[in-house]
Design a protein around this ligand. Structure first.
Ligand code: PMP
Length: 304
């Protein structure tokens, strides 16, 4: 097969059974989203936001300036998609997020505007709307509240998992939540096909879903400052709160024992999957998502 454009390479990522000792002889199957061309699960969202926005008339090819708050991976996905339709792109990124991701966004043609780390994604979102008010013909997709976010995963990631498993039942679905789009959209697709799939959202310690105190964390890409609106459209059976230490321990183990170079949110997803396996009956099939790879966090000492 010969492909003709990088955009054709988004999605259809492999589902890998992890060769790890697991509680209760369960199987953990991980969707390797770091194999997308922009290196993360958010390539799917960038494509959906731009093409959906064009279809709705919110985005005019070659004209509309796209302005979006992002921790990085959505920015990279948007930059890939914006390039195809010749759309100027301004990304508002809290300064704390990895320099590698910011470098990649710039390489793909985006302009970066940094906001203070202490103001979090809420501060970046506010800044994005302030900029939009100053830039004529601009559009803020706002991934935190855009139905195209879960839709991207309901239409692509969920069906890919179901196709890979065929008739085989899925016992549990475990995925990290930042905007909550990946979790909600995928869980919706899985529950539509198999209503009894047990769904587990994963957050780092410092995120508020389980009611713990909000504080900074090293696990990047997941964690919420408020409950994602997308959670209203899906059944959330459990929230697993994973410490940074537990997430980074699994990141290192995945490299050493599985040859997998995963980011910290993938480490958290793996730690949560192992915890869930302990609660489930024997021979459970657990599906999880590895959203991105470790190469964009090397300067942050992900393997130190
Ligand atoms: N992991 C990483 C590395 C991410 O960049 C993101 C997106 N912020 C997520 C997980 C969570 O995805 P979502 O926003 O769909 O909840």
């Amino acid at each position: 097969m010969i492909y003709h454009h990088v955009h054709e390479l988004i999605g259809q990522t492999p589902l890998l059974e992890l060769a790890l000792p697991t509680p209760n002889q369960s199987r953990i199957l991980a969707k390797l989203e770091f194999l997308n061309p922009g290196g993360s699960v958010k390539d799917r969202l960038g494509q959906m936001i731009i093409e959906g926005g064009i279809a709705a008339g919110d985005i005019l090819p070659g004209q509309t300036t796209i302005i979006e708050p992002t921790a990085g991976n959505t920015g990279i996905g948007l930059a890939l998609a914006a390039q195809r339709y010749h759309l100027p792109l301004k990304l508002v990124v809290p300064a704390k997020f990895s320099q590698e991701k910011q470098t990649l966004m710039r390489a793909l043609g985006a302009e970066i505007i940094n906001t203070p780390s202490a103001l979090g994604m809420t501060g970046a979102t506010k800044k994005a709307y302030e900029l939009a008010a100053q830039v004529p013909g601009s559009y803020v997709p706002n991934q935190f509240n855009n139905p195209l976010n879960p839709a991207a995963y309901q239409r692509t990631l969920g069906p890919e998992i179901l196709a890979a498993l065929g008739a085989e039942p899925i016992t549990a679905f475990v995925a990290g939540a930042g905007t909550g789009g990946t979790f909600a959209g995928t869980a919706q697709a899985l529950q539509a096909a198999q209503p009894d799939v047990y769904t587990v959202a994963v957050e780092p310690a410092g995120s508020i879903l389980n009611g713990g105190p909000a504080h900074p964390h090293r696990t990047e890409g997941i964690g919420v400052e408020q409950r994602p609106p997308f959670f209203d459209q899906v059944r959330v059976d459990q929230v697993q709160t994973i410490s940074d230490d537990a997430a980074f321990r699994e990141v290192k183990r995945a490299a050493r024992e599985l040859g997998l170079l995963i980011g910290s949110s993938s480490g958290a997803a793996l730690a949560a999957s192992l915890a869930v396996a302990e609660q489930l009956p024997a021979h459970a099939t657990i599906v999880t998502i590895f959203p991105d790879g470790s190469d964009r966090y090397l300067s942050e000492g992900i393997y130190d």
